[in-house]
Design a protein around this ligand. Structure first.
Ligand SMILES: [Fe+2]
Length: 392
């Protein structure tokens, strides 16, 4: 996938504290809101409603999303949306909420589409004839507000499936850090590590243009310099740090949408299987995948900006991998899959399967160094036991 001559694919980004007020400028008549009832306070609901009704529109809170969605839920919600007939779809919440809203939008505008058709990569019909979508992230990590991807679970076998098309990119993403201030520390840490992984992986992706690399490296640096303060909740700098991480997470999303995620995402098979948060596993794998990838100009740039030790490209890569292990520790995150709570026997029974699945992932195939099956197994075992990542 060489997309360096394609226009940058992104939502229109509306950024800043209070930017939710942009909703009032859209002058739409019927808004359907997809949200997470646990994270959306009554005050936020009232605020959203007021922004829409002041222009004579109406607003219905149509789907309360608590988990990664099943296909059946999507189709049921899409039916409800069809009977309401909105011209504006607002998703306010984390990745699952935004992913659900993307799929509801797709099936609302294409009621005859089958699930199988919706899963064909980059083959979805044009969206936006009936409604536009606005995404308002309340976590700082998935980047779903600006990505072309939505993730679902098949309830039959609990397998994960991905819809991918630039048509799924929301028309607008409102990056209002006021929604990130109340994020629990663990969620801030996990989602922040997901965003860091997106940025570092996009920065070395073989499909990344120079501009995408700049966006990715800027986001990575912002997260590395601010996530610890953001999670620690140090009073005098928490709000600014949270805001910086909130914006950086979206930019990391822009970067992967215009390149691809990388090895840690390809290798996050244990997380899905054992029910460990995606961001935690990605952040844990990241030092290992960085060391495995080996010297790369983007790692050197980042390591130099962080003041890490060189002088060779290999030294900078090793210093960065070491720094990332330490970064997990500073965030009180585990640095091995064993420490993350996965029992040894069931992990080792599945490790060959995990390695096989990891090698099939597009994120793995677009990485600068693709492991062999043996290397993939060794990488997973090293991550399990927390063996020091070493650049070869
Ligand atoms: Fe991710």
């Amino acid at each position: 996938m060489d997309n360096k001559y394609q226009p940058l694919a992104t939502s229109n980004l509306i950024v800043g504290r209070g930017s939710i007020n942009f909703i009032g400028q859209l002058a739409k008549k019927r808004a359907a809101v997809i949200y997470d009832g646990r994270a959306t306070s009554e005050a936020i609901k009232v605020q959203l409603k007021e922004l829409i009704t002041k222009n004579g529109g109406e607003c219905l809170f149509i789907a309360d999303i608590k988990n990664e969605p099943y296909f059946n839920d999507i189709l049921r919600y899409a039916e409800e949306m069809k009977s309401y007939n909105p011209d504006l779809i607002i998703a306010i919440g984390g990745g699952s909420v935004m992913d659900t809203a993307k799929a509801m939008h797709l099936f609302y505008e294409n009621p005859d589409m089958s699930i199988e058709e919706s899963l064909r990569p980059f083959a979805l019909p044009k969206l936006g004839k009936k409604a536009i979508m606005v995404a308002i992230p309340t976590t700082s990590g998935t980047g779903s507000e600006t990505t072309s991807v939505a993730v679902f679970i098949d309830q039959k076998d609990k397998s994960k499936h991905i819809m991918i098309s630039n048509e799924l990119i929301p028309a607008y993403a409102i990056i209002d850090a006021n929604f990130a201030d109340t994020l629990p520390k663990t969620v801030a840490a996990h989602t922040g590590m997901d965003a860091l992984t997106h940025s570092l992986e996009a920065a070395v992706c073989v499909a990344a243009s120079p501009m995408v690399r700049s966006i990715a490296l800027g986001a990575a640096l912002d997260i590395l310099e601010n996530l610890v303060d953001s999670v620690a909740g140090i009073d005098e700098c928490k709000d600014k740090a949270r805001e910086t991480c909130h914006v950086a997470a979206t930019l990391a999303g822009v970067a992967i949408t215009n390149s691809c995620a990388g090895l840690a995402h390809g290798f996050d098979q244990p997380g899905a299987y054992f029910g460990i948060p995606h961001g935690l596993v990605c952040g844990l794998l990241l030092p290992y995948t960085t060391a495995f990838t080996g010297p790369h100009p983007s790692y050197t740039v980042l390591a130099k900006r962080l003041g890490l030790q060189g002088p060779s490209e290999r030294d900078y890569c090793q210093s960065l991998a070491d720094y990332l292990v330490d970064f997990n520790t500073r965030l009180s995150l585990p640095i091995s899959l064993a420490e993350a709570g996965i029992a040894e026997k069931p992990f080792m029974e599945k490790v060959d399967d995990f390695a096989g699945l990891a090698l099939m992932a597009m994120a793995t195939k677009l990485s600068p160094r693709i492991p062999t099956l043996e290397e993939a197994k060794e990488l997973l075992k090293n991550c399990y036991y927390g063996k020091k990542p070493v650049v070869k």
